[in-house]
Design a protein around this ligand. Structure first.
Ligand code: ADP
Length: 249
């Protein structure tokens, strides 16, 4: 996250954002479930300019074995950005401080959702590859991984949807684009459990007043209702299409 406290770029003009959106409008979001043959579950998310693919494996044997727990499955997550994901200089592909942080915070979301006690001595792997990055990849990754886990049939207490809400040009904005994230005054990614409304991830960059923070959470909750509908629709479509194919065979 690279928000600066003073924005030199005009990001909101007459209530309209650079891409024409109003403050609470989401970028276009499309989710496809079950896109990988060789994974137990998968999802592809296109969200604004983000293109993210997620593959889930497991529950399967825990390796190395000494990490296995006789009480629960281990949830593992590896978030990675491809070298061609954005204009920023990458220097090398592979793990970085940022990808290590994102892998950790995404893993923690799913450790709180997966019913891990059902699968002792196993691990569940969540692999996330960002093919194109356009701001909000951690929230888009969580949204994708939730669909991939559901597609893998892994039991969870709840679904999760995530979005970044922030502040640019003094206005609170939902679903920050890359420029709003990089040059705005604040960036607050939030993940909500869909039914319980538990907050499973919240991070903050920049400054917000207490009142603004409350409004950010309200806006995130409203947005997450819309995101959840797209997630549910992607799963429904996947199984309807699978059913149609079976019928034709
Ligand atoms: P998020 O993607 O969750 O918003 P950040 O706030 O760290 O995470 O990054 C904002 C955006 O800036 C990213 O989506 C990406 O477009 C760009 N970006 C940040 N760091 C990097 C990096 N190391 N390599 C490539 N792009 C990056």
């Amino acid at each position: 996250m690279m928000a600066s406290s003073t924005s030199e770029v005009r990001l909101v003009i007459d209530g309209k954002r650079m891409d024409g959106r109003g403050p609470e409008d989401l970028r276009q979001l499309r989710i496809e479930a079950g896109v990988l043959h060789e994974a137990d579950g998968s999802a592809f998310v296109e969200w604004g300019g983000n293109k993210i693919i997620c593959g889930v494996y497991g529950p399967r044997e825990c390796i190395p074995r000494f990490l296995a727990s006789p009480y629960r499955a281990l949830v593992k997550c590896r978030y990675m950005m491809s070298p061609f994901a954005s204009l920023e200089e990458h220097s090398r592909s592979g793990p970085s401080r940022r990808s290590t942080e994102l892998s950790k915070v995404i893993r923690e979301v799913f450790e709180n959702l997966v019913i891990a006690e059902k699968f002792p001595n196993t691990q569940i792997d969540i692999y996330i590859d960002v093919l194109q990055a356009d701001g909000g990849t951690r929230t888009a990754s969580i949204t994708a991984a939730a669909v991939a886990l559901a597609n893998a049939g892994i039991p969870m207490k709840d679904m999760v949807s995530a979005v970044a809400v922030g502040k640019a040009d003094g206005q609170l904005l939902v679903d920050l684009g890359k420029a709003e994230d990089n040059f705005g005054q604040s960036d607050t990614p939030v993940a909500f459990a869909s039914r319980s409304k538990d907050i499973l991830l919240i991070q903050m960059d920049g400054m917000l007043t207490r009142d603004e923070m409350a409004r950010v959470l309200d806006m995130a909750e409203r947005a997450e209702g819309k995101i959840h509908a797209v997630q549910a629709d992607s799963l429904k479509r996947h199984y309807e299409e699978a059913g149609e194919k079976k019928f034709l065979m």
